[in-house]
Design a protein around this ligand. Sequence first.
Ligand code: F6R
Length: 614
Amino acid sequence: MCGIVGYMGSKAAYPILIKGLHRLEYRGYDSAGIALLSDRLELNVYKTKGKVADLERFAESKDVSGCIGIAHTRWATHGEPNEANAHPHYSQSKGLALIHNGIIENYTVLRTELESKGYTFRSRTDTEVIVYLVEYIMQTNRVDLCTAVQLALHQVIGAYAIALIDRNNPDEIIAARKSSPLVVGIGEDEFFLASDATPIVEYTDRVVYLNDEEIAVIRRGEPLKVVNLNNVEITPEIKKLAMNLSQLEKGGYPHFMLKEIFEQPRTLQDCIRGRINIEGTQVVLSGVIDNRDKFLNAHRIIIVACGTSWHAALIGEHLIEDLCRIPVEVEYASEFRYRNPVIHPGDIVIAISQSGETADTLAAIELAKSKGAFIYGICNVVGSSIARATDSGSYIHVGPEIGVASTKAFTGQVTVLSMLALTIAQQKGTLSQTRFEEMVKELQGIPDKLSKVLKNSEVVKELSKIFTYARNFIYLGRGYNYPAALEGALKLKEISYIHAEGYPAAEMKHGPIALIDVEMPVVAIATTDSIYEKTISNIQEIKARQGKVIAIVSEGDEMVRGIADYCIEVPRTLEPFAPLVASVPLQLLAYYIAVNKGRNVDQPRNLAKSVTVE
Ligand code: F6R
């Protein structure tokens, strides 16, 4: 979703800002813009619909001088993607420029008030009211920019991460956040500002994550100052970034998504590292151990998440109920937050989020917190809003995920959920030590099994050519593999724009089987498990109606091979880990079909990596 970059220092701001915007492209956007305070102290704003490259072309012949500036990629919410609605927005006098992520809910009221005072707006956005309001307050109250921002934000209802620069002050950037992320990078006599650390990492590893209703006062020659809306000063907590630059580059792959698919053997190793003892007799997820009693006494666990993370949550439900015998409910965060759910103080709410910034998941956490639940986070992005809003949690440690379609984060989430279930099960004594050690050993071997799956990628690539022009797809799975089927379908629709649905295989005969004919490809996950025979019957039902079956089968499988049209083999594993090995060929299938169709795999249309608005 929208991306913010800012710079103030002694270097030319333009190349730093443009590079920063490129780094944020993965978040998804439809227009881009930049504001620079030039060497001649002019406040220049350039913006275009389309990509950052379009902005660069547009700015080619323009004055891009200046050592201070702010830049933005916009993912349209209020007002179509066009130049007028793109950020930065000037204030009425063009003395200020502002960029904004989030949504201002009371913007119509504020806009009407300002219009009644004679202001005329240039865009259809909710954002423009903020900069008009700030300027109005500066002029009528005769206060400086920071004070005007504080006063303005008291009137604003909604979510925001904002940054402003002032034509009359080339030595200051004011930035603030509420429910939308903002990071300040501290270099040698220079400051960086961004929605996440990716544009900052090549310049400094010292960052400050702003908290809600905090304002960063960035002034040349002064240390970073953080104040709240009431002007109380807050000591900024400087964190060290663990991320490195190579993690943000494609490393020779044509797309980030392919790189991230192929990284999975290593990312899962990173995820497991240090959490299982050398003998394989203990799993220590410290967040769980530190809160042992809460987990042991929990009557119920609720998992909230969105999209791919919600699919991981469904696998978590199987794992926790199966291994720990604790009832689990999985909820879409967006539904949970608005449906007055019953939550008891002893309940545990697990929030899963790759980005750690998903607005609905964050709101679900706040709701559960207000009702006394203990909140456990499973996030990828270190220092993200969700990671900070939870009582405890575990990072998945898979490194930055840049491709919009989530791949390595999904397998990382499932791996953490597996370790979480194993940790609780061991503490609770719901699993025999023999079974426990068998599972731990198998989990440790999953990275190698994924390497084996990836060695077979050519098979999937060839298969993708047969189905590139299919108009619909159905994905089937049962038990642990049902969420993997949902995830396979989501991957395909996101990046290829082919309509795809996932179903529990046995549900087909309750309706969806009517869709089956010779033109309907059906991907059936039929790895050898406790309900293997039942899945085979479901495949027979599809074949009886001329559906084309692509089956994901365990190595050496003969039964399904005799029925299905095409088979992709994956290494045998224990049933709870089947989704880990089965999801990789499904990621590859979606990827290759999308590439065959010429789609923008890493930045599919209409999608954002980090969904910071509801
Ligand atoms: C799918 C995808 C999305 C996200 C969803 C939640 O490939 O990326 O469905 O899974 O928007 O995002 P996070 O996990 O960041 O909360």
